[in-house]
Design a protein around this ligand. Structure first.
Ligand code: C2E
Ligand code: MG
Ligand code: MG
Length: 793
């Protein structure tokens, strides 16, 4: 898998922190910070001082009096009562800024007077609709008797009330808390309340109880009392970090208790969390570079979050420091998330890369860089289905297998890659490789047969140039089959099949290039029929043997016969071995057929009362695919035919592969007493060196050199072969002797044996006079006349 990229990963990590920071600046994290703060306050729970008391104007008190605002006499009564119960100070968190009834105002004024300066009255700042800030203080007649205290609960702009103003020093008005705890150190313009102090544990008593009950004086002795409303009807409520929604007087009590506890909270905001987040991002980048697994990082992140929370809680409890840590938590979360997404993205990219590779593999041949057969078929089919014309050319790389056999597979594959390159250079398209030594390409027009073969020849002039690979020069012999369609009538597979047929035909005709024509197809069909018939021919006993005489040219005596197989099929008629032997070789049937010939020839000739030689043709394929020695041993032992009278005719094609096992087989055959004749000499493999190396007893000069005689060129060849054979100590047989002149000429050169129509066509033993019962046969020259059914004409 591809690696985590440190640079882009680092940018992403710090971007995560930046994003969270911006979110916190925009207030997006405030609810979470507040929730954490609530939890922290709960966890730092402290008891209040016990020196304060809340006299609560609750719903019950309202109902008891029956009206609101209360007549001022009621407030006066409360104050009197509280003072008589021993309260140290009494704060009225109640608006006395406007006059009420003269009796009421008088009653309160007098009560305040009686309180002797231990009562405080609410003052609060308000912004008018005109934007003016005005102070609502108690009526001057009240203010003259009691000090004013600020009861503003302006908050700090967040949805939670966390702090209160510390007073209006320029007007000499302290906040409630400052008034009640005058010795407390100054805390700046606002006082952050410590909601760790448990408001629920502050003594609380209903105003109605004070007014008309029998309150316990011990509850009031030396207490600082705040009188205020908690009745829902009076709507003086605030959302605070702990305890939910509380009435204004309790806010003042919490502020007072905060000062009493000496808890001067400082809000450090989210800066520490930001610094920690940046550190975390740095550490994250480092860890990712070291390939620390994400799971470990997530666990570590969670651990750090817990640690930071514990530290933040300790900071609040011990130092009164209020920290906003949500930024850190979210940064960690986003870092891990970014890591996860990054890993997903890497995996996805890797997946796409693999997909791409698979697609490439499916459509390309790796070693040559050509496209695959399927890719060609797909591309061609999509053209053809829309009725477009197309030409397809197939090129076979002749001799590539020989290069692979001698130089190895690697070199062969490199040669194929060079072919693909040359094709691409000349055609300006990628060819397709459709076999180890087969390439194909198509073009979007329908060329006629002449144009097709011209195109092939032009390409051949490039492909047949030598290839230099790893210091080896390789020359390929390319052959081409081509076809075209003008209106998309055929599928790609059919066009490939047609070019393959044309290529096969080119091979048969030994042509460089051929365009497809319908009759080629017909021939293929015929061949297929023949192939099927051939497979059944052995079982149906359709093969038989004829024998062609071999004559001693010096004495004119019959010294041998060559067994030649014949096939007669009910539907196909008589088929020439020149036709069906290559077919049997291709299909491998030659192995069984050859075995039958070996047995049959030995069986027949052994029965004759004749001591001449028998020649049997053995195909190279029998050596490659079959076990010639086993077949030979079995034929000799079953027939009793003596090995020393047998010749096996092999051809030069046997030596092309230079296979040491073949040499071994020939030597074994030789040791059995059987002689070896090289058939069709002079037409095949051009190296003469094997003549000295290989165990060969006889050379059969091919009829191609004999039949044209007299002819100066062929005379030269024939004379050379005879001379060479004599020098090497090998017997020479001339095939295709058709005239007496040829016979005399060959005899004069010292050629020992002749075979040809002059002496006799391949015939049945009866025609040759070689029947089981007969004795001493000396037929020279054998006349080709005789019963027509038994000799070929
Ligand atoms: P080959 O082994 O070179 O056989 C000689 C061929 O030349 C025979 O053709 C024979 O009929 C023909 N021939 C002989 N004398 C003359 C002549 O004076 N003039 C002309 N024009 N032709 C002559 P055939 O029997 O058609 O065999 C053709 C080839 O088929 C053989 O060539 C051999 O390669 C193969 N073949 C035939 N029988 C067998 C067989 O039993 N086993 C194997 N493996 N191949 C066989
Ligand atoms: Mg032969
Ligand atoms: Mg021959």
């Amino acid at each position: 898998m591809r690696h985590w990229n440190a640079i882009s990963g680092g940018v992403i990590a710090f971007a995560c922190v930046f994003v969270v920071w911006v979110a916190s600046l925009l207030g997006g994290l405030a609810p979470i910070d507040q929730a954490i703060r609530t939890w922290r306050f709960q966890a730092t729970d402290r008891a209040p001082s016990g020196e304060t008391l809340f006299v609560d104007i609750d719903s019950k008190s309202l109902t008891n009096v029956g009206v609101w605002p209360w007549p001022r006499q009621v407030h006066a009564a409360i104050l009197d009562r509280l003072m008589s119960l021993g309260a140290a100070e009494v704060v009225f968190d109640i608006d006395f800024s406007s006059a009420s009834t003269p009796q009421g105002d008088l009653a309160l004024e007098q009560a305040l007077q009686r309180a002797g300066g231990y009562a405080f009255l609410a003052a609060f700042q308000q912004t008018t609709s005109a934007g003016e800030i005005v102070l609502n203080g108690p009526l001057p007649r009240f203010a003259a008797q009691a000090n004013s205290v600020l009861v503003n609960v302006d908050g700090d702009g967040t949805s939670l009330l966390q702090s209160v103003p510390t007073g209006l020093p320029e007007l000499g008005i302290p906040s409630v808390a400052q008034a009640l705890v005058p010795a407390a150190p100054a805390s700046g313009p606002t006082l952050m309340m410590d909601f760790g102090i448990d408001l629920e544990r502050i003594a609380r008593i209903s105003a109605s109880e004070v007014l008309s009950g029998t309150p316990d004086p011990a509850l009031f002795a030396n207490k600082q009392v705040i009188v205020g409303a908690s009745a829902i009807e009076l709507r003086d409520f605030f959302q605070v970090p702990r305890f939910g929604v509380i009435p204004g007087p309790l806010v003042q009590l919490e502020a007072t208790e905060t000062l009493k506890a000496g808890r001067l909270l400082t809000d450090l905001g989210s800066l520490p969390a930001l610094l920690l987040s940046l550190l975390a991002a740095g550490a994250f980048v480092q860890a990712r570079r070291r390939q620390t697994p994400l799971g470990v990082l997530a666990a570590a992140g969670a651990g750090f979050i817990v640690l930071v929370e514990i530290l933040a809680w300790l900071a609040l409890r011990e130092k009164g420091a209020v920290l906003a840590t949500a930024l850190f938590q979210f940064s960690i979360g986003l870092l891990v998330l970014s890591g996860l997404l990054n890993e997903r993205a890497l995996r996805w990219r890797e997946f796409l890369r693999q997909q791409g590779r698979l697609a490439y593999l499916a459509t390309h041949d790796l070693s040559s860089g050509a496209i695959s057969r399927q890719a060609l078929v797909d591309a061609l089919d999509s053209e053809l289905t829309s009725g477009k014309p197309a030409s397809v050319v197939l090129v076979h790389l002749g001799r590539l297998d020989a290069a692979i056999a001698s130089l190895g597979h690697d070199v062969g594959e490199q040669a194929a890659a060079h072919v693909a390159q040359r094709l691409e250079q000349h055609l300006a398209i990628k060819p397709a490789r459709i076999g180890s030594d087969l390439f194909a390409w198509s073009r979007p027009d329908a060329l006629n047969p002449e144009q097709l073969t011209a195109l092939c020849r032009w390409i051949a002039s490039a492909l047949d140039q030598p290839y230099l690979i790893d210091g080896h020069v390789i020359i390929l012999d390319t052959r081409y089959g081509a076809t075209a369609v003008s209106n998309g009538d055929y599928s790609a597979a059919e066009l490939l099949r047609q070019s393959d047929v044309a290529l096969g035909e080119a091979r048969i005709q030994n042509a460089k290039a051929l365009a497809f024509s319908a009759d080629q197809s017909e021939r293929i069909t015929q061949r297929r029929l023949k192939d099927i018939a051939l497979r059944q021919a052995l079982e149906r006993d359709e093969f038989y043997l004829l024998f062609q005489p071999q004559i001693d040219l010096a004495t004119n005596r019959l010294v041998g016969v060559e067994a030649l197989v014949r096939w007669k099929n009910a539907e196909l008629g008589a088929i020439s071995p020149a036709d069906f032997i290559p077919l049997a070789e291709e299909t491998g049937l030659i192995v069984r057929l050859g075995d039958w010939i070996m047995h049959e020839a030995c069986r027949q000739v052994a029965l004759w009362s004749w001591d001449g030689r028998l020649s049997i043709n053995v195909s190279s394929v029998q050596f490659q695919l079959g076990d010639v020695i086993a077949s030979l041993t079995s034929a000799l032992s079953k027939s009793g035919f003596p090995a020393r009278r047998l010749d096996l005719e092999i051809t030069e094609s046997l030596f092309i592969k230079d296979d040491p096992s073949i040499l071994g087989a020939l030597e074994t055959i030789r040791r059995m007493g059987v002689s070896i004749a090289l058939d069709d000499f002079g037409t095949g493999y051009s190296s003469l060196s094997y003549l000295t190396r290989l165990p060969i007893d006889k050379l059969k000069i091919d009829q191609a050199f004999v039949r044209p005689l007299p002819d100066t060129h062929n005379e030269a060849i024939v004379e050379t072969i005879i001379l060479m054979a004599k020098r090497l100590g090998k017997t020479v047989v001339a095939e295709g002797v058709e005239t007496a002149h040829q016979r005399d000429y060959l005899a004069a050169l010292g050629c020992e044996i002749g075979q040809g129509y002059l002496f006799g066509r391949p015939s049945s033993p009866e025609v040759l006079g070689l029947e089981p019962s007969s004795h001493e046969v000396a037929a020279a020259p054998a006349t080709p006349a005789g019963p027509a059914a038994s000799a070929e004409s």
